[in-house]
Design a protein around this ligand. Structure first.
Ligand code: NZQ
Ligand code: ZN
Length: 391
């Protein structure tokens, strides 16, 4: 196993009715005027925005708001948010939504706490040295941004989707009420489950992981798979909602990667380019790519894929590790189909031309600076091959 650092400074407030604690939590973390940041309108339709405002008013916290964050959040709105917060004297950011809204808030937070163009931090030009405090109210179990060190923003100029990872942006607190996620369309619930699983799978597919981390990872993945299936049958199942919501945070706060030396992350980076170019839902994009990636890299470490097949998916061991591993890939794809997720790009609704495949591979290679993959290091040609297999 590798040495590791584990840092999770986020205070988690979990369960029914926790939104009403928003004002007190803002106060506790030193906020007096917040930006309520949200997406395309679900928070208005569900009445959540009014509940948040009432909780802030009750605690005497002033607020301004900025909606309009779209999935694959855009840089232009980040600039607007920075300007608004400067003008209004905002001292804490309160995203109410999913990964897109929280990531947009993180980018605003970087812009407020550092001089110069915030895109520089996503474009590898320089690193931020601070971020304005953030408290997240989570409405979808998926990206895990409420506890992660990551923010992913899309620059409309060139449709570049890029991440910036630092501990500064980890939220100070996160309110997680599983009931809030019951208004999600089934497709978004499933996308979230696919993303949660992939955050642990990215860390799991790696060499020399410690036994305890493997056990935590396998338990989390089994629980998410079971809850995802339950949610297809019964979207209002509170226990299942709670399981995936807590898993979304634990799957991306570093816990399931301790000692794993960073993880593989090829599927994420390959997907980010697809998301940037074709604006697809992140979780669905991951599901569409995973099977092709797995078959492509599996010969590098069949035993690891076989362990995943047996311990996570309940596959019967076959004559050799490769056969077991391949059964596992099939079982995972069956699971994706069962929850309504695509298993290739066509099912995702994307049919890239050969020129677009080469462009995706080139962008991914540049974004990862020639260093992608732990199970197998992927060259630009490998990336193009995986996109071709996923067509
Ligand atoms: O915009 P609204 O109207 O709110 O609708 C949203 C959006 O259309 C809807 N939604 C959210 N909560 C809802 C709801 N609809 C009804 N009821 C609710 N309770 O769901 C849609 C998707 O929302 P989004 O925030 O985009 O989902 P998600 O949490 O999956 O975030 C995806 C983004 O996060 C990035 C992805 O790349 C993508 O841009 N990621 C961020 C990470 C991080 N910061 O750590 C890690 C991930 O790997 C990922 O890359
Ligand atoms: Zn993800």
């Amino acid at each position: 196993m590798m040495n590791f650092e584990y840092y999770t400074p986020t205070k988690v407030v979990f369960g029914k009715g926790t939104v009403e604690k928003a004002g007190e939590l803002v106060k506790q973390f030193g906020g007096s005027k917040v930006l309520i940041h949200y997406g395309g309108g679900s928070v208005k339709r569900t009445g959540l925005l009014d509940r948040v405002k009432a909780a802030l008013d009750a605690a005497g916290i002033a607020h301004v708001e900025l909606g309009g964050v779209v999935p694959n959040p855009r840089l232009s709105l980040v600039y607007e948010g920075i300007e608004l917060c400067r003008k209004e004297g905002v001292d804490l950011l309160l995203p109410v939504g999913g990964g897109s809204v929280i990531d947009s808030a993180k980018a605003i937070g970087y812009g407020l706490a550092n001089d110069g163009d915030v895109w520089d931090f996503y474009d590898f030009k320089r690193a931020p040295t601070a971020c304005m405090p953030i408290g997240a109210i989570v409405t979808i179990a998926a990206a895990g941004s409420e506890m992660s060190n990551s923010s992913v923003i899309t620059n409309e100029n060139g449709w570049l989707k890029r991440g910036c990872n630092t501990d500064y942006c980890r939220p100070k607190f996160a309110i997680m009420d599983p009931e809030l996620t019951m208004t999600l369309p089934a497709y978004q619930t499933a996308c979230g489950c696919a993303d949660i699983l992939m955050h642990t799978m990215e860390r799991y597919f790696n060499f020399d992981v410690m036994d305890l981390t493997d056990a935590l990872a396998e338990g989390l993945m089994r629980a998410v798979i079971a809850a995802s299936r339950e949610l297809v049958a019964d979207p209002n199942n509170y226990e299942a909602r709670a399981n995936v919501m807590w898993a979304s945070s634990l799957s991306h706060n570093g816990l399931t990667g301790c000692g794993a030396g960073g993880g593989d992350w090829a599927c994420h980076r390959l997907e980010h380019e697809v998301g940037g170019m074709f604006d697809v839902a992140h979780g669905a994009g991951l599901a569409a790519i995973w099977g092709s990636w797995a078959r492509y890299v599996l010969p590098e470490d069949p035993a690891r894929f076989a362990k995943f097949a047996v311990n996570v998916l309940g596959v019967e061991p076959q004559a050799d590790a490769t056969a077991t591993a391949l059964k596992g890939v099939e079982a995972m794809e069956d699971f994706y189909r069962a929850i309504g997720m695509p298993t290739n790009l066509r099912e995702l609704g994307v049919e890239p031309t050969e020129a677009q495949i080469l462009e995706l591979a080139e962008k991914c290679d540049i974004a990862t600076r020639g260093k992608l993959g732990a199970v197998k290091h992927l060259t630009r040609e490998d990336m193009a091959n995986i996109y071709r297999m996923a067509k």
